[in-house]
Design a binder for this molecule. Structure first.
Ligand code: IPM
Ligand code: MG
Length: 372
């Protein structure tokens, strides 16, 4: 009998191919699970006006964890234009289903390890070992936005001296996206980052914000980071602004270990961190809350490669490995990790991004064989 019940959400584009790749590897290490497929993505936006149907949310509630492929996201107006004719002008507004899942299930921690595997020709350097902790439910991606700006919001903001210069602008000619941080949200992501550093022996935690300009929200995060650092005498807290961090990660990435940031800055920094160790084809991510976890490759749906058995499956295989860690299946997880490292080091099976000509499924089979 299957031990676990895993929600299986391929989504759009290459999502199905990379999930197939992960399933080969999960089978090879003897992970026993029932995989329950669910609907998510663009197709359901177009036909139902909802890329994350309620039935999928219900399904997730009955599982232990979820493996998620990829979804296509488009800005509001482009999305509206692709709705089925009978759904148009009915008030449907597109919003990203993965962002929705993170909020619905309170998956507060987005964990993205970016490590240089020995022998990967795409590494910027071979001694990079970064782990990004991205706050996953608040900040600019919380979705508290206004356009046009309603009178009530307008009135409340008018009290702020810096709003004076916008006094003459009509509400219809203005858009406002808010950046909401809570103390609890900051402390939760910081706690996870410090605990990870402590458990795995990283000497530093770098908090990445911009408190010299975004005084209140970034200020809160940095203050809380300083307070928490007091509890971890063996770990040094470094504070870096987001812009400078983009530079340092290209210049001296080997100096850093655990990185922690808010939602949008964490989104940016995690793409950069992924690129210096091979690109999005290597970056797996865990969206982890107190009661549920959704694991995914960081890359998108890559529509131009869909159905070609071409993209690098390693990101999704690593996401599956992270799911096993989350479920407490450490030994199986380590087998996957070692197998990925071996296939990369051997270098005979490589997808196009690594300069090779192997297919998604060939690389997946090679990892599965090495992991068995
Ligand atoms: C990511 C992606 C998503 C995000 C998109 C697809 C909404 O960029 O997981 O990093 O911005 O969080
Ligand atoms: Mg991103």
């Amino acid at each position: 009998m299957a031990t676990y019940r895993i929600a299986w959400l391929p989504g759009d584009g290459v999502g199905a191919e990379v999930l197939d790749a992960a399933s080969k590897v999960l089978d090879a290490v003897g992970f026993e699970a029932e995989y329950v497929p669910g609907d998510i993505g663009w197709e359901f936006w177009k036909t139902e006006g909802n890329p994350l149907p309620d039935r999928t949310v219900e399904l997730l509630k009955s599982t232990d964890a979820c493996l998620f492929g990829a979804i296509t996201s488009k800005p509001k107006d482009e999305a509206a234009a692709e709705l089925a004719p009978e759904l148009r002008d009915a008030g449907y507004v597109y919003s990203s289903p993965i962002v929705g899942l993170r909020q619905l299930f309170q998956l507060h921690t987005n964990l993205r390890p970016c490590k240089a595997y020995p022998g990967n020709p795409l590494n910027l350097r071979d001694d990079i070992d970064l782990v990004v902790f991205r706050e996953n439910t608040e900040g600019l991606y919380a979705g508290v936005e206004f356009h046009p700006v309603p009178d009530g919001v307008r009135k409340a903001l008018e009290e702020h001296p810096k709003m004076k210069r916008f006094a003459e602008v009509d509400g219809t000619d203005m858009a406002i996206s808010t950046r909401v941080f809570t103390r609890e949200g900051c402390r939760t992501i910081l706690r996870d980052a410090f605990e990870y550093a402590k458990t795995f022996g990283y000497p530093t935690v770098t908090v990445i914000e911009k408190p010299n300009v975004i005084r209140e929200t970034s200020g809160l995060m940095v203050r809380e980071a300083r307070a928490m650092a007091e509890e971890y005498p063996g770990i040094e807290l470094w504070e870096t602004n987001i812009d400078a961090m983009c530079m340092w990660l290209v210049k001296n990435p080997q100096d850093y270990g655990v990185l922690v940031s808010s939602n949008m800055f964490g989104d940016i920094i995690s793409d950069l961190a992924a690129q210096i160790v091979g690109g999005l084809g290597f970056a797996g991510a865990g969206n982890i809350g107190d009661n549920f976890g959704v694991f995914e490759p960081t890359h998108g749906s890559a529509p131009k490669y869909a159905g070609q058995d071409k993209v690098n499956p390693i990101a999704t295989i690593r996401a599956a490995k992270m799911m096993l860690d989350y479920l407490g299946e450490r030994e199986k997880a380590e087998h996957i990790e070692a197998a990925v490292a071996r296939v990369i080091a051997e270098g005979t099976k490589r997808t196009y991004d690594m300069g090779g000509s192997s297919s998604t499924s060939e690389v997946a089979s090679a990892v599965a064989e090495a992991a068995a």
